[in-house]
Structures are given as C-alpha cells and as structure tokens.
Design a binder for this molecule. Structure first.
Ligand code: DAV
Length: 375
C-alpha cells in the first residue's frame, strides 16, 4: 500500500512537495476583498491584467530552480497545471473579470495528516484556483488509498461577505493598525472564509490567524471539523495588512518559532507557548527596504522560509540577515534566489504545499493553561 500524503507540521523531514507555477499569472482587478489588500500607495492600485511576460519568465526560472534544489535534497516535487487565468469567471453570486495565479499553493491547499483540503478563499479572483491542483489530487487519490481529498465549504462571496465602505476614505496607517488590532477586518461573518496560509499546523494544535483573509466563523468551522485537534485564534496587532501567518510566525523545529518583530504575538496569547517551553524569538531584519516591483507582499517575505527538517532550511539567497540568524539558531541554510518570484504570490513557504513529511500527530502543548486563544 502506497502512502503518498502525510504532514502534520512545517518542520518534520520533507519528502514530497508541490511547487507552484507562474505561467499565465494575472494581476486581478479590484474587488471587495482585494482592494483592502493593496496598500494605498502601491503602484498596483488600479492596475490589472496579465503580468509582463519577462517577469513571468524570470519567476518561472526561479521556481524551476527551487524544484531542482529540492530534488537534489531528496524531495519529490510535483507541479500544478495552470489555467488560463486571464478569463472572466462567474457563479450564481458574483462575476469577476479575471482569476490570478497558481504560484502560491500554500494559500489554497491545507495538508493535515492524510488529508489535503482546498480552502475557502475570500478573494473572488481565487474562487477557481483549486482547479490547477485537481490533476495532482486525482493522482494522489488513485495511488494512496488513505488519502482524503477534500474541499472546504465553498463561500458564496456575495456582497454580504464583505464590509462595504470599509476603506473607501483614505485612512492613515494609524487608523489601519487600530482596526486590525481591534480585529475589525473587511470580511463579515456570514460564512467561513479562510486561506490555507493562515493556518499554522503544529500537530494536535492549529494556530489560525484572524485577519483580512480568514474570519472567525472559519475558526469555529475548523473546531467542529477537526474535533481531535485544538484550534487557536491568534492575531498580530502590528500588521496593517494581516494576511497569512507565514511571514509573521514561523516555526523552525519543535520548541522554536521566529516572530516578526513588528507583529509580535500579544502577551496574553503567548501563555500556551510559555507553559510548554516554546521559545519565540524576533526574526532578523529583512535585507531589503522595499519589496520588488508589482509585489503584493511586504519585505518580511525574508522570514517566509521552507524548513526541510529540524536542522535544514531554505532561505532566499539575498536575505543575509535571516540566513545569519538561521545559522545562529543551529540551522543549516540552503540559499535559493527567489525575489523574482515574490510578486507572483510570496516566498519559499508560499510557493510550496506539503504532500509528505515524516512524523505523526504530536502533542507539542501537553501542559494546558488558561488559554485565551482557544476557540
Ligand atoms: O508580510 O506581506 C506575506 C505572506 C504571503 N503568503 C506579508 C505577508
């Protein structure tokens, strides 16, 4: 019997992974969810359409190089099948003028044990992105009799799913930070909405970021769907655009997490980590002052690394401070150039999704304390 799918965390030895593809990537038009995501002063405001071919080619080359590097380290690599993303989509509830990309599988696919679940994204442009992964899902389904191929409840994404006039007026950074600290986000609670990259898997515990892309109803849904796991709702008040936990709170091995120093986990949410001797250290500063052109993400992609095992990590090759910190923390670093891929959906963690890591469902938090994050 072949076992293809198994992964309970982000640090046990990685044996099989999906690496995304940049082909046909599009900058999607503004919509209720994404207009909040694009910073007010971004060059990408009001701009949409197919990404310049030259940038696609550069990103594709770096993604191919990442795949090759992984294979050289004994990791099997699969690639999705891109759709022509530059086409209009429609459901009974909405229309959108284009889709986006399949560069970051981490946003779409959540692997928990022998299950890979496609997420319930809040961006309309991402509604059909899962289709790029369906050929792989079918293949795993045929080969692995225990693989659970799952789709989370699909959100309707009607106008009721979003707060309107949320950022209509140009609000200051301070106001933005105040809103995110108060957990006032663009999405409503009419249905569960979540991006897989907001879910941090640590064996029996899931730490899920409440932010622009994942709502509170999703946490409640997770709690009922996985009754044997503990679901924690975390948030990071220093982040003006909280999407995805993987440039904010990144585990390197059991007991060790690097945390974005501008987005520290609030004191009261740390109790469960402290009670179980987990160390949370500030991540190193990014090497760059700005993200590359046409990029959605922040400079903190510096910490969006891919851990291969408890002692080995792939970092972006120009992120000298992050690599130095990894070294000090006892990790062997494999540098991989990846900045040309950043604009397409993020860094090394974003651009991958786990298929198989060794190890099982461990309890890393056996000492239960009064924990305000527990859903
Ligand atoms: O800092 O812009 C990027 C995470 C992408 N998955 C940031 C978050």
């Amino acid at each position: 019997m072949t076992k293809i799918v198994n992964s309970w965390n982000d640090f046990d030895p990685l044996k099989h992974v999906i690496v995304g593809r940049a082909e046909h990537s599009v900058i999607p038009p503004e919509e209720p969810a994404t207009s909040e995501k694009v910073p007010i002063d971004s060059e990408m405001r009001g701009m949409w359409g197919p990404r310049p071919l030259e940038t696609v080619e550069k990103a594709a080359a770096q993604l191919d190089f990442l795949a090759k590097t992984l294979e050289e380290h004994g990791v099997k690599v699969d690639r999705p099948t891109p759709l022509q993303w530059n086409q209009h989509i429609q459901t009974p509830d909405f229309r959108n003028d284009s889709m986006m990309t399949c560069m970051p599988p981490r946003d779409i696919l959540l692997t928990i044990g022998n299950e890979i679940m496609a997420s319930a994204n809040s961006f309309r442009c991402r509604y059909f992105e899962y289709l790029a992964y369906w050929p792989l899902m079918k293949q795993y389904f045929d080969e692995d009799p225990e693989f659970k191929w799952t789709q989370a409840p699909r959100p309707r994404l009607t106008d009721k799913s979003y707060k309107h006039n949320y950022y209509d007026e140009q609000i200051s950074l301070e106001e933005r930070l105040e809103r995110t600290a108060n957990k006032d986000f663009v999405t409503t609670e009419v249905e569960p909405m979540w991006d897989a990259a907001d879910v941090l898997r640590l064996g029996k515990d899931l730490f899920i970021q409440h932010g622009l892309t994942t709502n509170r109803t999703a946490m409640e849904w997770f709690k009922r769907y996985y009754p044997d796991l503990r679901v924690h709702a975390v948030n990071f008040p220093g982040d003006p655009y909280p999407i995805h936990i993987d440039a904010t709170f990144v585990p390197l091995r059991p007991g060790l997490i690097i945390n974005n120093p501008q987005r520290r986990l609030p004191e009261e949410q740390r109790k469960i980590f402290e009670a179980n001797d987990w160390q949370i250290v500030d991540a190193a500063q990014p090497a760059h002052d700005t993200p590359p052109p046409l990029c959605y993400s922040s400079v903190w992609l510096s910490m969006n690394c891919l851990v291969l095992d408890h002692k080995t990590v792939i970092c972006e090759a120009s992120e000298v401070h992050q690599m130095e910190q990894m070294d000090k923390l006892g990790m062997n670093v494999i540098p991989v150039p990846f900045r040309d891929a950043y604009p397409f959906g993020g860094a090394l963690h974003c651009a991958t999704a786990d298929v198989y890591r060794e190890g099982g469902c461990e309890d890393y938090f056996p000492n239960q304390v009064e924990d305000p994050t527990l859903v």
